[in-house]
Structures are given as C-alpha cells and as structure tokens.
Design a protein around this ligand. Structure first.
Ligand code: ZN
Length: 288
C-alpha cells in the first residue's frame, strides 16, 4: 500500500468523533514500532518527521524510502501517512519532492499576511499531488532556551482565514505546549477551541503537544473538533526509561546483551505500549 494522504482518515475521524495519532519517528526502530502497533490494532497512523529528525535520519529522501519500503516489507495493511512536522516553506517543498504524503507548513512565526500567502501557494501544490496539508495559526508554546511558555491561544478569526484557503487540517494553539507540561499549567482553553471550531466549520483541528495532557481533556478536545493529536515526547520518555532499566539492571553485561538488537528491544516495546495506550484513548483502534 502506498503512503496515504491524511485527508480521508481525518474527515472520517472528525465526523465520527475520534482522532488519529501522529507519532514522531527518530530512527528505524521507532518507525517499525509505530507501524507494527498500528497494523496490529487496525488503526490508521501518521508518522511525524520534524526537520531535525529528518536531518538526523540522513535527509527526507532516506526517510521517505525507509517508510515506504517498511510498509511494503512488513506487509502493513493500515493507511500510513508520512508527515512533515513544523516545516519551513523550504522543507515543505523538499518533502513534497522526496515523496512525503503530508506536509505541515508552520508559518505561525511569520507576519500573518506572509503565512496566508505561503500557505495558499502550498495548498495548490499539495492539491495537485494529492498530499494533505496542515497549517498553523498562533504559535504553540514549549521549552525554548530553557524558557517554558504557557502556550499561546490562537485568534479564531485568523483561523477562519487560513482554513478558507483549503488546507486539510489546522493546528491552533489552545494553551497546549510541546514537551513536558509545567506543574502550574492551566490546562486547555476549551472556550477558545469551541470558538475556533465554530469559525472554521468542519475542518479537522490538530492538537500539538499531546504528551501529558490528562485523558479527560483529550476526550473533550476530540468532542470539540480535534481529529489529529501529536505525540512525540511521551514515546521518547518511554524509550528512555526502558533503556535505562535494561542497562541499570546489568542486562547489557549478560551474554550477548550488548547486541544492539537486544539492547534496543525494551525501548521499542515501551514505544509500542505508549502508541497502543494513545490509540485506545484517541478511539482509532479498528478504524482502518
Ligand atoms: Zn507541534
């Protein structure tokens, strides 16, 4: 099965009241863990690739070739989306030519008119190629240079203007942030989410920074129009904890425990468990 656009699955999810998880990948093990879990649970899935992760994995062409080949050789039967996460205009174009099936153009830091203009241009390029496109309004907070932002809130009117350009899905800040949430975090701003949903009609909304948002808030966000939820840090923390436990218990010193295929296995299993828990919470199991 070739890589899929996110359009159909997100429209169905929005209509039926569930959400598709985007799980960011970092290497072959990560990708394999996410794909096998999605396939086993019959859930559609979105593989997220940040610009940094793309560079780390030797470029977008390598990532695209790996994902496509893995879908084929693992005989994955569920729809798999390969999605650029928080891409610049240049990265968006590079991923389109590298074979990605979905793009996020993050123009949220640009002057609004420039965000509109560049998003518009990418809408027509993506439409022609059958690629889904995510746009962002109002930047999403998170830790940057040690400063933790509380999460910005997007302007519903700006959201309406971007949604009307014909993007597939829209990321809008509603108090969510990337990375771990600080202890004094105030929670998601549901009244803003309601106003954004009302202003943008039926367009699927995207919730970034899915790590650490309590389950009841996730369910409420889905009920209010969120159809795609990004998970990144949570898989990293699960991988780290399991790898640390393996080494601290001295398993790498026993027999062939140093073999990378053994050393990385507990981390991979931990990613799979995290993906499964999220798919259960998002309601995507059995929807492929
Ligand atoms: Zn994000």
């Amino acid at each position: 099965m070739p890589l899929a656009s996110a359009k159909g699955m997100l429209e169905t999810a929005a209509k039926e009241g569930w959400a598709v998880g985007q799980f960011n990948i970092n290497n072959l093990e990560w990708t394999k863990a996410v794909l096998l879990t999605a396939n086993e649970l019959k859930s559609p899935v979105i593989l997220g690739v940040s610009e940094g992760a793309g560079k780390y994995m030797c470029g977008y062409k390598t990532v695209s070739a790996m994902a496509s080949a893995m879908v084929e050789s693992l005989n994955i039967k569920v729809p798999v989306v390969l999605h650029l996460d928080h891409g610049s205009y240049e990265a968006a174009k590079a991923c389109i030519s590298a074979g990605f099936s979905s793009i996020m153009f993050d123009g949220s830091h640009l002057p609004f008119d420039e965000n509109i203009e560049k998003t518009k241009e990418l809408v027509s390029i993506c439409a022609e190629k059958g690629i889904s496109l995510e746009a962002e309004v109002g930047s999403i907070g998170g830790e940057e240079d040690g400063v933790v932002g509380m999460g910005e809130v997007a302007d519903p009117e700006e959201c309406r203007k971007i949604a009307e350009l014909g993007v597939t899905m829209l990321a809008a800040g509603i108090g969510n942030i990337h990375g771990k949430y600080p202890a004094n975090w105030k929670g998601l701003d549901f009244s803003t989410l309601e106003r954004i949903h009302a202003a943008t009609g039926s367009i699927p909304l995207v919730l970034h920074g899915g790590t650490g948002i309590p389950a009841d808030m996730i369910r409420k966000a889905i009920a209010l129009g969120v159809s795609k939820i990004n998970v990144n840090t949570e898989c990293q923390l699960a991988f780290q904890a399991a790898t640390r436990a393996y080494i601290e218990s001295g398993k790498d010193l026993e027999g062939k425990g140093f073999d990378p295929r053994k050393l990385l296995a507990p981390g991979v299993a931990a990613i799979q468990q995290t993906v499964k828990d999220k798919m259960e919470l998002f309601g995507s199991i059995g929807k492929a």
